[in-house]
Design a protein around this ligand. Sequence first.
Ligand code: ZN
Ligand code: ZN
Length: 139
Amino acid sequence: MSELMLSGGCFCGKVTFNVHGTPNASYFCHCQQCRKLTGSAHASNMQIKPDAVDFTQGKDWINEFSCPTGRAFSNAFCRNCGSGLPFMGKSGEWMYVPIGSLDNPPVDLIDYNIFWDDKANWYEAGIKAKRCSQFPSEE
Ligand SMILES: [Zn+2]
Ligand SMILES: [Zn+2]
């Protein structure tokens, strides 16, 4: 992956940031903890050096949850709209940027599906489900 120049922010727009650098890796994490944290089939995170991320607006709106035990789970989110935002890993070595918070990610960003054996039992059938461009009732 080459050097990226990306912008991002939360749904309500209070928090914005830029990313400038080369990611170490980007992945869908299918573990159960990431499903709970995101409320979705998997987390989508880009791992990058902390100095690659610059908050440009609304840093005071960020709340952070850190799991006190076990693997280093944490999650940062906008206190107003709840959207996921970049957070520092427990070691302080890496920042994790939720890829859905980015405005202009490249198409080939994802390198891995991690914790694949823990994936939701409805995931593979779900991605093969009928595709609609709007709500099914509007097709
Ligand atoms: Zn927000
Ligand atoms: Zn995970």
